[in-house]
Each structure stands twice: as C-alpha cells, then as structure tokens.
Design a binder for this molecule. Structure first.
Ligand code: ZN
Length: 133
C-alpha cells in the first residue's frame, strides 16, 4: 500500500504553512474545509504523496484536544487502497478495531475510514480510496 497522505494537526495554520512552503520548500496543492471532520486541510506535494496540515475549526474538538498545546503534532497516516470496503472486511475479520465500520467522505470526495489506534500500535491509520471524478 502506498502512503496517500500524512496528516499533521497544527495550532497556527499560517505560520506552519509558511514554514513548510517558504522555508522547507513544499508546494501547496489544495486547501479545503472538510466540515464532516471539523477541519481545514491544506495539502502539500510530497512526491506521489501529500503532507496534509489540519487546522481544527473548533478548538474544543477532539482533534484540537489531541494536539493540545503543541505547535504541530502528527495526527494520522493514510494509506491508499483500491477497495476500501474489502479492506475493512479483511481487517474486521482479522480482529482489527475500526473507528469507521463504513467508509465516509473525506477530502476531494475520497472515501475514507479510520482504524482504531488501540489496534494499530498507537498511530491512527486512515484508509483512503480515491474518488473517480
Ligand atoms: Zn487523512
């Protein structure tokens, strides 16, 4: 499986974006509000993958509490799959705890589902199936 994106939750999006683009040299490839997840997401090109900076829309949300006082914090790794339903069935059968029993809409209309970090050694893992539009 390829890495689709690595998501980093940030406190100050403008400052972190300046760091990643002006200082580190990444190129911004998208920016969108994902209302479902309560975040603004900015994608930075990293080869065939993306570094995604997440800004919580609500500072009382779980994602903001996860970040806490840190300037930035690794939030999840996302792997690209061709058939997300089949992968969820496979992992469920292997006893992996799922946060999302069914896929839901992520950024760009992709289908996504999270595995529970209790089943993945502590790092939150997202499965991501590209939309075909
Ligand atoms: Zn993600």
């Amino acid at each position: 499986m390829k890495i689709d994106h690595i998501a980093i939750v940030v406190k100050n999006l403008d400052a972190t974006l300046a760091l990643y683009t002006r200082t580190l040299g990444f190129r911004e490839v998208y920016r969108e509000i994902v209302a479902d997840q309560g975040i603004e997401a900015v994608g930075l090109e990293a080869g065939d993958s993306v570094i995604e900076l997440l800004r919580p829309l609500d500072e009382d949300s779980p994602v903001a509490r996860f970040r806490g006082e840190a300037e930035t914090k690794l939030h999840h790794t996302a792997y690209r799959v061709d058939d997300i339903e089949a992968k969820l069935d496979e992992y469920r059968a292997k006893g992996v705890r799922l946060i999302d029993e069914r896929p839901r809409k992520g950024a760009h209309g992709n289908l996504i589902a999270f595995l529970h970090p209790k089943s993945t050694g502590g790092v939150l893992i997202e499965l991501c199936q590209k939309s075909h539009d």
